[in-house]
Design a binder for this molecule. Structure first.
Ligand code: ADP
Ligand code: ZN
Length: 636
């Protein structure tokens, strides 16, 4: 029996030896420790937090002790191949079992697994009921079962996979019960309860890590449809060698944006459910291999994309919820290096989302009442998303508050210094008085009209219909001295803050929302976001102190032209090696590791090992080639 200290030391050795990292990230140490102590575990960590290591490190230790193999259940057949390549490159004996392998290959994998050749095997959930796999599992010691994307077991999530329901019974059928750990990025209590119950976790250790991703630069911009295209093309052209994803809400938009990028000379590709499986796979491979730098896609793309060096994620349209947004945007910067998350939106995005919520008739399994409840919660989620677009607060604070976390600010209202609102490119215009007038008007007219009519009444429109309906005699007629579009925007702000609500139906009516009462209190304030006018002088209402973003200190920063030039050469070498081995470039080394090399300029093994992301396994495999390239620095 190892003492706690010895065990920790061995975990740290494995982390350095195989993965080249000096320390665990938040949550990883707790989860690895729990699993090693024989406790079932549930890890809730956002995308990019590093869930994989939480089962990979224990698997190596179990295997070294001959305690048995680790089974990793993963829903994504396309991903297993890459993950296993990455592990093998890191000196971890691993294999996968899924429908991509022939029957003979599967038999081979199982035979080798039976001999103890692998520390871990990835399996698709469907495999668990395959008779050959069942008999393997009955006869081979299994130390540990890790369930990735565990929320797929829950019907409450969007990604429900019926085959996941077979995992619990599979585990229960094993001759000796292994340690079981489940991992997900979905944080709602309902899904977590489902995971514990349906997978049969026994008194699990629950670890939830922060949803803050300090290296992500968050930004929102209100743009017309046309301006979006030009903005995206210009953005991509400025960084031609960076990988990025552009999310669109429809297939048609995917085609348009891809065309715009291609004609601007950007190496773009596309992904949506309307393409053939072959094209989808080919395009995805091109993106992962850095042959195409920009992926334009619907939300069908991404779950299980393990590319760590995505430098930006642009949303061409506003998604329907912050959950969806943060998950998609979170695919940027998984290597911990600075990355951009840009959200482009306009009013029509909100209208489209609203339309989809009211149109939804797909949930045929639900009763009318349940459907009504689903709609209410969808509307709330949309309001929060729209609020993110319109708020003048720190964007990071808004997200973290939404996920139930507080930013560790000194005085409650915190500024991250790394989002478009904190950077102060905006003015917060106080529109409280107009907002109060809007609330009074909606109250007076009892929510019987749409946004346009309310705006007409408030601004004192002379239109015939206003007179015919007697609305010119309303007490709130003409009490607002703002242009109609501004009044409409303030109404959207009020909806986003849940002070007002937009009803369902073809003619959405505006009524009082759940927080309407708060708008009548003295504390109520509403701010509208305005781009700062360049000529407006120094005053402004920017309250944000200019702070250095946290990410800057963590990552090696390339300061000189020589370093940047070397980085490009190392990137070229990485691509060559990756192509020769048929693996994605980030599997050879992460961008962060390359950057580290540019700063450290390692000349021997020891110096190479001091670079974060370089461990002995990778050193052996690739160290020489990279050190040669570094030594071959052209004379400046
Ligand atoms: P998740 O599955 O939670 O989305 P991954 O397991 O794919 O995240 O990890 C994301 C990235 O973070 C990977 O590139 C991984 O190598 C890196 N990473 C994970 N753990 C560490 C660590 N302790 N130190 C440095 N980088 C890490
Ligand atoms: Zn901020």
């Amino acid at each position: 029996m190892l003492t706690g200290g010895e065990e920790k030391a061995r975990e740290a050795d494995v982390l350095k030896e195989h993965f080249g990292y000096d320390s665990f990230r938040p949550g990883q140490g707790e989860l690895v420790g729990a699993v090693r102590a024989g406790r079932d575990s549930l890890g809730v960590m956002p995308t990019g937090a590093g869930k994989s290591l939480c089962y990979q490190v224990p698997s190596l230790l179990f295997s070294a002790e001959e305690a048995g193999v680790t089974i990793v259940v993963s829903p994504l057949v396309s991903l297993m191949n890459d993950q296993v390549s990455a592990l093998v490159a890191a000196g971890v004996p691993a294999a996968f079992l899924n429908s991509q392998l022939s029957a003979a290959q599967q038999r081979e994998v199982l035979a080798r697994a039976g001999r103890g050749d692998y520390a871990l095997i990835y399996v698709a959930p469907e495999r668990l009921s395959d008779p050959r796999f069942v008999s393997f599992a009955q006869t081979t010691p299994i130390a540990f079962v890790a369930v990735d994307e565990a929320h797929c077991v829950s019907q409450w999530g969007q990604d429900f996979r019926p085959a996941y329901l077979g995992i619990g019974p599979f585990i229960a059928s094993l001759p000796a019960r292994p340690v079981v750990a489940a991992f997900t990025a979905t944080a709602t209590p309902r899904v977590a309860d489902d995971i514990v119950r349906l997978l049969g976790l026994r008194d699990p250790v629950r670890v939830t890590t922060g949803f803050d991703r300090p290296n992500l630069h968050l930004a929102v911009e209100q743009l017309s449809e046309k301006a979006k295209l030009a903005r995206i093309a210009a953005y991509a052209l400025e960084r031609p060698l960076d990988s990025g994803i552009v999310y669109c809400s429809t297939r048609k938009q995917v085609e348009q944006v891809e065309q715009a990028l291609l004609s601007a000379g950007v190496a773009a590709t596309r992904y949506h459910a309307g393409l053939s499986v072959d094209e989808r796979n080919a395009n995805q491979r091109a993106f992962v291999a850095d042959d195409a730098f920009v992926m334009v896609a619907t939300n069908a793309f991404g779950m299980g994309i393990d590319k760590s060096n995505v430098r930006y994620v642009i949303h061409h349209n506003m998604p329907g919820s912050l959950e969806a947004y943060y998950q998609e945007a979170g695919r940027a910067g998984r290597d911990g290096e600075p990355a951009d998350c840009l959200l482009f939106w306009n009013d029509s995005d909100i209208a489209t989302c609203r339309f989809f919520i009211e149109q939804e008739t797909d949930n045929s399994a639900l009763s009318d009442e349940e459907r009504g409840l689903v709609r209410v919660s969808q509307r709330r989620r949309l309001a929060a998303m729209a609020n993110y677009c319109m708020t003048t607060e720190c964007l990071r604070s808004v997200i973290l508050r939404y996920f139930g976390e507080k930013r560790d600010g000194a005085d409650g209202d915190a500024y991250c210094g790394n989002c478009s609102n904190c950077e102060g490119g905006i003015d917060a215009v106080d529109v409280t008085t107009t907002a109060r007038s809007v609330m009074r008007c909606v109250h007076e007219l009892r929510g019987r009209f749409g946004k346009g009519v309310f705006a007409d009444v408030l601004t004192g429109s002379k239109q015939a219909k206003i007179r015919e309906w007697g609305l010119d005699r309303a007490r709130t007629y003409g009490i607002v001295d703002e242009p109609t579009p501004v009044v409409k925007e303030i109404m959207e702000l009020l909806v986003a803050g849940e002070y007002l609500e937009v009803s369902e139906g073809r003619y959405p009516l505006v009524g009082l929302g759940p927080r309407a009462r708060e708008a009548a209190t003295d504390e109520f304030r509403l701010y509208m976001k305005r781009k700062k006018k360049p000529a407006s002088g120094v005053k402004g209402s920017a309250k944000a102190p200019t702070k250095q973003p946290k990410a800057a200190k963590a990552a090696a920063v390339l300061e000189t032209d020589e370093q940047r030039e070397l980085f490009e050469r190392l990137r070229g070498l990485r691509k060559q090696l990756a192509d020769a081995e048929g693996v994605p470039p980030y599997i050879v080394f992460s961008d962060a590791a390359l950057r580290g090399m540019c700063v450290v300029l390692p000349r021997n093994d020891e110096e190479m090992l001091s670079v974060s992301g370089v461990g002995p396994a990778k050193l052996k495999r690739y160290g020489r080639a990279f050190m040669d390239e570094i030594a071959a620095r052209p004379l400046a």
